[in-house]
Design a protein around this ligand. Structure first.
Ligand SMILES: Nc1ncnc2c1ncn2[C@@H]1O[C@H](COP(=O)(O)OP(=O)(O)O)[C@@H](O)[C@H]1O
Ligand SMILES: O=C(CO)[C@@H](O)[C@H](O)[C@H](O)[C@H](O)COP(=O)(O)O
Length: 488
């Protein structure tokens, strides 16, 4: 037993679906999955008399980054075959006898991105029925994709949504294909996030289902009436037949049509969820909690009051956006494009410099060294503004370094300053003063980049004047499993 998961607090003010009636026919063993940007995580969560327990977990890096097939400038695509391979490796590493007990599957994953497939040929099940392999499936164009320039985005019709349109958002990517490679879209008749694709394959859905969490992340989705901006899109020639059906987070999308890695056929599969919302769900128990998630990207968030409704129109200049959560609730989110991916880029740069100096150093060996070096440098006057990927509200503001003193140039100084810069950047988007004004009493930390990096945790604890409690590195997968226990 790895640890007992915070039990859901039923009752007033809790955004989470009510716990299944005690002793009711609720699930006993749930598989939670997070199809993240860097790694896939899987978690087996069991119901015990003490609440929910994380029985087993596994993670595998996908190494799925691929060149843009369509030669899209600044394209960021991932090979779906490699994502599914990492998923299969994770499940194969979990105990068979526990997988055989699984009655429900909760799936979350990286939001905004889009993958296309041929609805009745999206995968091929192995002879044994144990696993499926993708077929007639495109690459995943991820949330980090930069093909939609500001000029292209401004040529698109204004959305009737509170979420501003940005590059890497599913609907923006479809518009890009429509304009630059229309024949590409003709090969497919289904689309969704990577997690929607997996749900559709497991349940053999002819029409993909998508939760409003993921629909909102695509753009052109009205969260108030839970519908796509179909009229606006049709007028622009958008292939609206590609838009999935939208359902409520926590609802059941269907049942597995085959046994899957030992999980019996007929297991209930939840509608796919946003990884960020599931990371929050795994730990948020009080409305006075703030959550800081640092995985490939980074988010700092607080709950909005019950009954809050987002504005009708988007505000592209705002650093904070409102994410649909559960039960009609919303989260106010500083969603940064710069999180673990900045540290990963720094590690890649160190490896590249070493190679240019004739040294071969594995990136996996660099992480512990830069962390150790920074632990030895408790302070650094260096000031790093880390936004090498820009931000959605300030796409042109790239990274910068200042206060560079001759004594501040060690690997340890630079690493600590970089970690501090990541946290300061989030706090520039959602200031500490605002957290205090809204009554935040505690910060819950989640995401692998935080779980694996003591220096980052030290800087979090220096900058945020609140107690900080950390989760594990499989938070979104645990959250996706918890949703299945708490859904009606
Ligand atoms: N060995 C390591 N030590 C410290 N940090 C690491 C290590 N390996 C990866 N990371 C950090 O973890 C981040 C990926 O976190 P992860 O939770 O796997 O991402 P996601 O959920 O987006 O797939 C990377 O961007 C990197 O910054
Ligand atoms: O960009 C946003 C929100 O706008 C982020 O929540 C982003 O969608 C998420 O980080 C992605 O879902 C990727 O998550 P992760 O792979 O970084 O865990």
């Amino acid at each position: 037993m790895v640890g007992v998961v915070p039990p859901a607090r039923a009752g007033q003010g809790d955004s989470r679906p009510l716990m299944a009636a005690a002793g009711g026919p609720g699930p006993t063993c749930v598989l939670g999955i997070d199809l993240g940007t860097t790694s896939v995580k899987a978690a087996l969560v069991t119901g015990t008399e003490r609440g929910l327990a994380l029985a087993q977990s596994c993670s595998r890096e996908t190494q799925a980054h691929s060149d843009s097939l369509g030669e899209a400038p600044q394209g960021m695509e991932q090979d779906v075959q490699k994502i599914i391979r990492a998923l299969n490796e994770c499940l194969a590493a979990l105990p068979q006898q526990q997988l055989q007990q699984v009655t429900h599957i909760g799936i979350s994953g990286q939001m905004h991105g889009v993958v296309f497939w041929k609805s009745d040929k999206g995968c091929r099940w192995s002879e044994s029925g144990a696993a499926f392999e993708p077929e007639r499936v495109s690459h995943l164009v991820t949330w980090q994709d930069g093909r939609c320039s500001p000029a292209f985005l401004s040529s698109l019709p204004p959305p009737q949504s509170h979420v501003s349109l940005a590059t890497g958002f599913g609907c923006a990517t479809v518009f890009w294909y429509l304009k630059n490679s229309p024949d590409f879209l003709k090969a497919y008749d289904a689309a969704g996030t990577i997690q929607d694709y997996v749900v559709a394959m497991l349940c053999d859905l002819k029409k993909p289902l998508m939760s409003d969490q993921n629909a909102a992340s695509w753009g052109y989705f009205n969260c108030r009436n839970k519908s796509w901006n179909t009229d606006i899109l049709k007028k622009s020639g958008f292939p609206v037949h590609l838009l999935p059906e939208v359902g409520d987070p926590g609802s059941i999308a269907g049942r597995t049509t085959c046994a899957w890695h030992g999980i019996p056929k007929g297991a209930k599969v939840g509608i796919a969820l946003g990884d960020f919302q599931c990371s929050v769900y795994s730990c948020l128990t009080e409305r006075t909690d703030a959550v800081l998630n640092i995985s490939t990207s980074a988010q700092l968030t607080i709950s909005m009051p019950l009954g809050f409704q987002p504005p009708e129109a988007p505000d592209p200049s705002s650093a904070v956006t409102y994410f649909p959560y559960f039960n009609g609730d919303y989260l106010a989110v500083a969603a940064s494009l710069n999180g673990g991916n900045v540290l990963a880029t720094f590690v890649g740069m160190v490896a590249q410099w070493a190679q240019e100096l004739g040294l071969e150093v594995e990136e996996s060996a660099i992480y512990p060294r830069i962390i150790q070096a920074a632990l030895a440098q408790k302070h650094s006057k260096l000031s790093v503004h880390p936004t090498i990927f820009g931000e959605r509200h300030l796409p042109e503001l790239l990274a910068s370094v200042s206060s560079i003193g001759a004594s501040e140039l060690s690997l340890g100084h630079v690493t600590r300053a970089l970690c501090r810069g990541l946290v300061e950047n989030l706090c520039s988007m959602l200031p500490v003063q605002h957290l205090q004004d809204t009554g935040v009493r505690r910060v819950l930390g989640s995401g692998s980049a935080l779980a694996k990096n003591e220096v980052l945790r030290q800087e979090v604890e220096r900058i945020l004047p609140f107690p900080v409690v950390y989760g594990k590195d499989v938070d979104a997968a645990v959250g996706a499993a918890m949703v299945m226990f708490h859904s009606k």
